[in-house]
Design a protein around this ligand. Structure first.
Ligand code: NAD
Length: 434
C-alpha cells in the first residue's frame, strides 16, 4: 500500500514510520522545510524514544521518505492520511481546523484517481463531512471516501502504543474504504488488536470522549489530593484503594500539578464548544476544565507557601518543564503557569529539563536555564519537581541540599518519600499526602 502522510509532527511522523515498518511505502509530507531537511539528514525534529532507529531502518529499506511536495506524494498514493495540527482557535477555544481544510484542498487539487482520505488529526464531530464536501467540490470527477481514524498514542510511549494499541477506531460507512483500512492495519489485525468499525461521526466523538474521560480521572484524583491534605489522608493510598477496583482501574490516578500537553487541554475545550454548538452541555467536562486551569497556577502558590509565603528576592529551582517525561512537548505544560506565578510573586526562577529546554527557552523569558539537576539547586531557596523524569527519581538529596540556601523541596509528582527528604534535612511538601 502506498501512503501519503500529511503532517510530520508527533502523530504523523510516528504513524508514518510505523506504517512503513509494517511494510507499506510511506511519504511523510510537511510544510516545514527545516523539519523535512532534518529528517532527511537523519535528525529527529522531536524527542520520542526509539523513533530515530525506527526511521533509519525504514529509510534504509527504501520504504520511508520525507518531502515538502504534497502534490507529488498524493499522486503516487492509494491512501492519504491527514495528521496536521488542530490547536485551540485563538479567542474562542474551538478546534482550529484551518490546517485540516487547507490540506484537504491541496489533496483534492493534486489527486487524479479515486482515493481514500483518512483524518488522523483529532477533529470535532462533523469535520469528516466537511472534508468530504471540500474534496467533492474541488474534484467532483473523482470518487472520494473519507475515513475518521483517530490516534490514541501517548507521547513518550508512542511507538509501543501505535504497534500495540488497545484498539483501532475506524469510522466510515464506505465498504471499499473499510477494506483499505483493513489492509493498512493488517499486521495489527493479525496480532489481534481490536479494530472497532463505527460510523464516521461516532469515531470522531470517541476520541474526544476518551480524552475528556481521562482528563476527568486526573482532575478527580487531584481534587481528592487537596481534600487529603486538609483531612490528613494519603492520596496515593486512596488512589490504590480505588484503582484496584476493576471498574475504576489504577491508571491516570496520579495526583499532580494538573494535566497539560498537546491534547487534553485543547480537546476538552473543543468538546465544550461542540456541546455548546449542539446545545447539549457536558457539565462534568466544564468543571474539569475550570478545576485544572486554576490548579496549575495554584501550584506556583504552593511553592511560595512552602518557602514561607513570600517569594520576593528568592530563587526557585524547577526540575522538569515538559508536561510529562520522555517528550520535549511543552504545549500547555503546567510549568508555564507555575513559572508565571513564581515570577509574579517576585521570585527568580532557574530550571532544568532533560529534553524540553530548547522549546521552553522561547516560551519562558526571564527563566535561567542550567544544564543539570544539581545546577538548579545552587543557592536556591526551594527546589520543585515539576516533571517526573527518571533522572530526578534518585537524586542524591544530601548533595542537592548542600548546594541550596534553604532546604525546601516541593515534590509536585510525589516521587520521594517524606522520610528520605526529612532525613536529608529538607522541609518537604508533596501533593495530597497529609
Ligand atoms: N501529540 C499527541 O500526542 C497526539 C495524540 C493523538 C492525537 N493527536 C492529534 O494529532 C494531530 C497532530 O498532532 P501533533 O501533535 O502531531 O501536531 P504537530 O504540531 O506536532 O504536527 C503537525 C504538523 O503538521 C504540519 N502541517 C500543517 N499543515 C500542513 C499542510 N497543509 N501540509 C503539510 N504539513 C502540514 C505542521 O508543519 C506540523 O509539522 C492533532 O489533531 C492532535 O490533536 C496528537
Amino acid at each position: 500500500m502506498k501512503i501519503a502522510m500529511i503532517g510530520a509532527g508527533y502523530v504523523g511522523l510516528v504513524s508514518g514510520a510505523c506504517f512503513s515498518d509494517f511494510g507499506h511505502d510511506v511519504v511523510c509530507v510537511d510544510l516545514d522545510q527545516s523539519k523535512i531537511d532534518a529528517l532527511r539528514g537523519g535528525v529527529m525534529p522531536i524527542f520520542e524514544p526509539g523513533l530515530d532507529a525506527l526511521v533509519k531502518t525504514n529509510v534504509d529499506a527504501g520504504r520511508l521518505s520525507f518531502s515538502t511536495q504534497l502534490a507529488t506524494a498524493v499522486l503516487g498514493a492509494d491512501a492519504v492520511f491527514i495528521a496536521v495540527g488542530t490547536p485551540s482557535r485563538r479567542g474562542d477555544g474551538h478546534a482550529d481546523l484551518s490546517y485540516v481544510y487547507q490540506a484537504t484542498r491541496d489533496i483534492a487539487a493534486a489527486a487524479i484517481k479515486p482515493m481514500v482520505v483518512i483524518t488522523k488529526s483529532t477533529v470535532p464531530v462533523g469535520t469528516g463531512d466537511e472534508v468530504e464536501r471540500i474534496l467533492r467540490e474541488t474534484a467532483p470527477a473523482l470518487d472520494w471516501a473519507v475515513v475518521s481514524n483517530p490516534e490514541f498514542l501517548r507521547e513518550g510511549a508512542a511507538i509501543g502504543d501505535f504497534k500495540r494499541p488497545d484498539r483501532i477506531v475506524i469510522g466510515t460507512e464506505d465498504e471499499h474504504a473499510r477494506g483499505v483500512m483493513r489492509d493498512i492495519y493488517r499486521p495489527l489485525f493479525l496480532n489481534q488488536a481490536p479494530i472497532l468499525f463505527t460510523a464516521r461521526r461516532t469515531a470522531e466523538l470517541i476520541k474526544y470522549a476518551a480524552n475528556a474521560f481521562l482528563a476527568t480521572k486526573i482532575t478527580f484524583i487531584n481534587e481528592m489530593a487537596d481534600l487529603c491534605e486538609v483531612v490528613g489522608a494519603n492520596v496515593q493510598d486512596v488512589a490504590r484503594g480505588i484503582g484496584l477496583d476493576n471498574r475504576i482501574g489504577s491508571k491516570f490516578l496520579h495526583a499532580g500539578p494538573g494535566y497539560g500537553g498537546s491534547c487534553f487541554p485543547k480537546d476538552t475545550l473543543a468538546l465544550l464548544k461542540t456541546a455548546e454548538d449542539f446545545d447539549s452541555p457536558v457539565r462534568i467536562v466544564e468543571a474539569v476544565v475550570k478545576a485544572n486551569d486554576s490548579r496549575k497556577r495554584a501550584m506556583g502558590r504552593k511553592i511560595i507557601t512552602a518557602m514561607g509565603g513570600d517569594a520576593r528576592g528568592k530563587t526557585v529551582g524547577l526540575l522538569g518543564l515538559t508536561f510529562k517525561p520522555n517528550t520535549d512537548d511543552m504545549r500547555d505544560a503546567p510549568s508555564l503557569a507555575i513559572v508565571q506565578a513564581l515570577i509574579d510573586g517576585g521570585a527568580k526562577v532557574r530550571a532544568f529539563d532533560p529534553e524540553g529546554m530548547d522549546v521552553a527557552r522561547d516560551m519562558m523569558p526571564g527563566v535561567e536555564f542550567v544544564s543539570s539537576a544539581y545546577g538548579v539547586a545552587q543557592d536556591a531557596d526551594a527546589v520543585a519537581i515539576v516533571t517526573e523524569w527518571d533522572a530526578f527519581r534518585a537524586l542524591d538529596l544530601e548533595r542537592l541540599g548542600v548546594l541550596m540556601r534553604t532546604r525546601c523541596l516541593v515534590d509536585l509528582r510525589n516521587i520521594y518519600q517524606r522520610e528520605d527528604a526529612v532525613r536529608a534535612g529538607f522541609d518537604y511538601t508533596s501533593i495530597g499526602r497529609g
